[in-house]
Design a protein around this ligand. Structure first.
Ligand SMILES: [Zn+2]
Length: 316
């Protein structure tokens, strides 16, 4: 059972909105675009590994927590890509979407990849990352007086990663090797360590600590394209509002959802609250009467009266 499902991070959604609305000639466009590409590739890799689980038989009960984000008592964060809890053991996965020839020197905690062009890049040691998560889980187990073995592994989400001999014996494999690895773990741990109630209780305790980590990003709000944009033209083409419909003057598309998407973009790029004036500015509406009428149809909660009125965007 999936207790915590994998979702796009807020940063992922912000960057998508930014790329929709930033002119491609903007000085920082490529920088945001590259960041978005990296996040998208990472997310797709994690989804590929999630799909592997669908073909693996696991005893019941078992629980998955994907992308568990925790602030520990030292004030540092843990972002655990996947956590499997079953009555026999706990498994932590660190999912990597790296390509190239991978080499490891444990004594230096040095992890490198050589690209097909022959460039050598230093990477963060993934074993150090995942061991850190395992140590935190072990501290939590101790705190709640729960005894169960904790295992960890690094999973490569792309087949374009080539593992060198130097990684032999390390807990690292391709996504397709997950099934074999799980089988081996069950061979090693035949004994039931936890009853169903205790397992669920511990999983719920971990889940209650989940708090998505906020990462700051400075949005160039002044430079972004305003208006209700056409998805079909997708080049910053504005739609116009006539006869209670948003219509694209270029391709003729009539889109009922366009205004809701614009509200979502506003929320991601500007914030949770609107005024009539900020609505006119972001939605490129030049009449405050029309802005008032449109705001009545949106999932917002009004607060205050007349010109001090503020609208809070509802969640979901
Ligand atoms: Zn259009």
């Amino acid at each position: 059972m999936i207790l915590l499902a994998r979702q796009q991070s807020q940063m992922h959604r912000i960057l998508e909105a930014l790329i929709r609305r930033l002119p491609s000639t903007h000085v920082d466009y490529m920088n945001y675009f590259d960041r978005l590409m990296r996040i998208q590739a990472g997310f797709a890799g994690e989804k590929r590994v999630d799909a592997e689980w669908l073909e693996i038989n696991l005893p019941n009960p078992h629980y998955f927590l994907h992308d568990l984000q925790i602030l520990n008592h030292f004030g540092n964060t843990h972002q655990i890509d996947s956590l499997l809890l079953c009555p026999h053991f706990i498994l932590i996965l660190e999912i990597k979407n790296i390509t190239g020839f991978l080499e490891y020197d444990e004594s230096f905690t040095q992890f490198t990849r050589t690209t097909s062009q022959g460039d050598v890049d230093g990477m963060i040691d993934p074993f150090h990352q995942v061991r850190r998560h395992a140590e935190w889980i072990k501290r939590m187990l101790k705190k709640y007086k729960v005894e169960i073995p904790v295992h960890y592994a690094v999973v490569l989400a792309t087949k374009n990663a080539i593992l060198s001999e130097s990684l032999k014996g390390q807990p690292i494999f391709h996504a397709s090797g997950l099934r074999y690895h799980i089988k081996e773990l069950f061979k090693q741990h035949k004994e039931l360590m936890l009853g169903a109630d205790d397992l669920l209780l511990f999983a719920t305790k971990l889940l209650s600590r989940h708090m998505p980590i906020k990462r700051e990003i400075t949005i160039p709000v002044r430079d972004i394209v305003k208006g209700v944009l056409c998805v079909r033209c997708s080049n910053g083409q504005r739609m116009s509002y006539h006869s209670i419909k948003w219509t694209c003057p270029r391709c003729g598309l009539v889109d009922r959802d366009a205004i809701f998407r614009t509200l979502e973009d506003y929320k991601l790029l500007v914030g949770d609250s609107l005024t009539n004036k900020s609505f006119c500015d972001f939605f490129a509406v030049d009449s405050s009467d029309l802005a008032y009428r449109l705001l009545q149809k949106l999932p917002v909660k009004a607060e205050g009266i007349k010109k001090h009125r503020k609208y809070w965007i509802k969640d979901g």
